[in-house]
Design a protein around this ligand. Structure first.
Ligand SMILES: [Zn+2]
Length: 614
């Protein structure tokens, strides 16, 4: 199977190079920056870049490397992996290079009309926003790879790839240039950064949706990932997304899928682009129902982004400032609403059951309702502070913050139900997204107020109170309306019984540190925090009895809520005792199920929500 796929690939790739409309830009001005990427020793995790940079005959030019990648809101300081920057003029004359800022290099051109800049990049961070190079393949992203000319961001950028020995394919959404293979051209720096590149010997599966070519490109199938099945199901998802939005917003689309060893064999992550997405997932992802659903939902989420954020975007997310944070209060729309629909569309496409979908939504509701930070940080502020909080979590994050992914998805569900109820089921959040896309997917983007206005126009009522609670505030979300309208109810995982009033609860999570029982998190408003238990305290004994690292849970079973005990702990090697009164473990009461007593009307509204095409 693998050989067959590889043979098919070479043909596909040739066909796909021919198909690409080559921009007639070869002779347009200004002149492009021309990069050559080479991999003389990929086993060392390094690759080399040579860039011919037009200077416009200026005495000095300055080059810049992005500090972050759009879609992943953290300053990552990519330039720390760049080394050996040199510059030469025509004829090989060496030019002075001055490191003028953390991510900038200034070059004295000596009047040369173009300079050749060379550098090496260390590429060994396996994520969808960084680079990875090893003996068998390269996964490259634009931001951590290409230095560009300050002021030349609107110029074309050409890329020539010299694959390592034995690597047959290079795959990217960048338009190919005519002539030999592995030559691409980005219209500008934005397109370059938005177009990751895979090089090696991937398995490539082609399919058509609306006569547009789509590719699933798998690196590392290793005989265990079922690429053919995954391609068929991704096609089904894209058809459903097209049904949702009305049309496909691109001419060609690639799902690049790097398969690796991800702990727990669940999906590892994805990053959205205008004409592609990069996924990293476990190579065993197609082997179990749970991991496969997670992979399909990841793919669905990233594909939904082809509309939501890559074209319909908050006003702050474009044009990008690649050297500084780009703050927006709308990541709950960008990521949360995308997360809501990522899973819902997998269900609507017939790839998950109603029970599986309700379970996925329940997980999100349960996560929010058991995260104390929901009372501290709103969805809007979680969005704005992504750069300093979401992407920089620590042991106190659950107490002080909320995920704009999860909160945004839950808010999306509640908002969807609110609009359905307000319109008697005639309109929904689907209509809001489509209307916002029609209105704001041009060059400008939407402000938070404009997005809300679109939602209110669709709902036909004011959503001020909803926004105050769910988006801008931290009050509890009221699920009653959504559950009632859709004929759902919450079911507790373990219903409390009179003979079992609940379990003794400490309110701290622990880790096994080489046999030591060490506190890793202390939950706000818990017995642990009231007793003064701190993160990194080692719990040695409860009352007079030693408790070993793997024994905390069975030991807590011996106590009831309200029992008072004395903990012996070591804090930075100093022994101390802490008096604590156990609380009651919060029940898991957030599992959505169909209300068996639901009326026909409720049933009909639920069907419209889950199967709008039927
Ligand atoms: Zn996303």
């Amino acid at each position: 199977m693998r050989n067959m796929v590889a043979r098919t690939c070479a043909l596909l790739l040739a066909a796909f190079l021919m198909q690409i409309p080559t921009s007639a830009a070869a002779q347009t001005t200004p002149e492009p920056i021309r990069y050559t990427l080479s991999f003389p020793a990929p086993h060392t995790n390094y690759f080399e870049v040579s860039a011919v940079v037009p200077t416009g005959a200026r005495p000095e030019v300055e080059l810049m490397m992005a500090v972050w990648t759009p879609g992943s809101y953290l300053v990552r300081e990519y330039s720390r992996q760049v080394e050996g920057v040199t510059a030469t003029a025509q004829g090989g004359r060496t030019l002075a290079v001055d490191k003028s800022d953390k991510n900038r290099w200034r070059i004295a051109t000596g009047g040369a009309t173009s300079v050749t800049v060379k550098y090496r990049v260390y590429a060994r961070e396996m994520s969808v926003r960084t680079n990875w190079v090893e003996a068998d393949f390269a996964m490259l992203n634009g931001a951590p790879t290409f230095l560009t000319l300050v002021g030349g961001e609107k110029w074309p950028h050409e890329v020539v790839i010299e694959p390592a020995r034995g690597w047959r394919s290079s795959v990217t959404s960048l338009p190919a240039m005519p002539g030999s293979s592995h030559r691409y051209r980005a219209a500008d720096y934005d397109e370059l950064v938005d177009s990751p590149i895979l090089i090696g010997n991937p398995a490539i599966y082609e399919f058509l949706v609306d006569d547009k070519k789509h590719y699933l490109v798998n690196i590392g199938e290793a005989g265990v990932f079922d690429g053919a099945r995954a391609a068929k199901d991704v096609e089904t998802i894209i058809r459903e997304q097209k049904r949702f939005w009305g049309s496909l917003p691109y001419d060609r689309y690639l799902v690049m899928n790097v398969l690796t060893a991800v702990p727990g064999q669940i999906a590892g992550g994805g990053l959205e682009h205008k004409h592609s997405t990069m996924l990293i997932a476990g190579r065993w992802a197609t082997r179990t129902r749970q991991s496969y659903l997670a992979w399909l939902e990841l793919a669905s989420h990233e594909i939904f982004h082809a509309w939501n954020v890559k074209r319909l975007r908050p006003v702050e997310l474009g044009p990008f400032d690649y050297e500084n944070e780009n703050f927006t209060r709308s990541l709950w729309v960008v990521e949360g609403v995308t997360d809501y629909y990522g899973e819902l569309i997998v269900h609507r496409a017939g790839l998950s059951t109603e029970i599986e979908y309700l379970d996925a939504l329940s997980n999100k509701i349960e996560e929010i309702q058991t995260t104390p930070g929901r009372a501290v940080q709103s969805a809007a502020l979680a969005s704005q502070d992504a750069w300093i909080k979401y992407y920089r979590p620590d042991e106190n994050s659950p107490n002080s913050s909320v995920s704009y992914y999860t909160k945004g998805a839950v808010v999306g569900f509640a908002l969807d139900a609110r609009i359905r109820k307000a319109t008697g089921g005639a309109r929904s959040l689907d209509d809001v997204m489509r209307a916002a896309y029609q209105k704001f997917s041009g060059t400008r983007g939407y402000t938070p107020a404009e997005f809300r206005t679109v939602a209110e126009e669709v709902a036909g009522v004011s959503l001020a109170a909803f926004w105050d609670v769910a988006i801008d505030g931290t009050a509890e979300i009221d699920y009653a309306e959504a559950l009632d309208f859709l004929g759902l109810q919450f079911r507790a995982v373990e219903a409390p019984r009179p003979d079992r009033p609940g379990r003794a609860w400490l309110g701290a999570t622990t880790r096994n540190d080489a046999g030591r029982l060490v506190v890793s998190q202390v939950r706000r408003d818990s017995p642990a925090v009231a007793a003064g238990l701190n993160v990194d305290d080692e719990i040695i004994a409860i009352d007079a009895f030693r408790v070993r690292a793997d024994q905390l849970s069975p030991r807590l079973d011996q106590y009831k809520p309200g029992d008072k005990v004395r903990l012996l702990v070591a804090r930075r090697d100093q022994l101390m005792t802490l008096d604590i009164q156990f609380g009651t473990e919060p029940p898991r009461q957030w599992r959505l199920v169909v209300n068996p007593g639901a009326t026909d009307t409720q049933q009909r509204q639920r069907d419209r929500w889950l199967k709008p095409q039927a």
